[in-house]
Design a protein around this ligand. Structure first.
Ligand code: AMP
Length: 115
């Protein structure tokens, strides 16, 4: 937990969030600025900066994140219509919060490639 990390503060309950799924390993909550009808962020409870800083010690954490993204899609009823899982990483990757997170997006056709 780092005090200046907004997502750590959501994990600790200091900052409110619209939580859709919680496990021992992850918290999933609705994005404040949704880009699609379904836009949920899945984050590890542990503070890890980004995909770019994952190490072999995060093997299980990475698995928990991806499985939680699938669970969120199912709960949000987009698993059959289709959905997108995105991890922006670093400045040029478009990452604005330095706590690893997966965006789960769905509920409308999503264009590709992104801008
Ligand atoms: P990224 O740009 O990939 O780092 O994504 C960060 C996302 O976090 C953005 O889509 C923001 O809208 C979202 N966000 C930032 N603060 C909060 C918050 N307190 N609760 C929910 N979503 C947030």
């Amino acid at each position: 937990m780092t005090n200046d990390c907004i997502f750590c503060r959501i994990v600790s309950g200091d900052v409110p969030a619209d939580v859709v799924l919680e496990t021992d390993h992850i918290v999933a909550f609705r994005d404040l600025s949704p880009q699609a009808p379904v836009h949920v962020l899945v984050i590890p409870r542990e503070h890890v900066e980004a995909v770019g800083t994952l190490g072999s010690e995060h093997h299980d954490l990475a698995g928990h994140l991806l499985l939680a993204a699938r669970e969120v899609a199912e709960r949000e009823e987009v698993h059959q219509s289709g959905f997108r899982v995105v991890a922006n990483t670093g400045r040029e990757g478009g990452q604005s919060v330095d706590h690893l997170h997966l965006h789960v997006l769905g509920g409308r056709p999503l264009s590709w490639p992104p801008g």
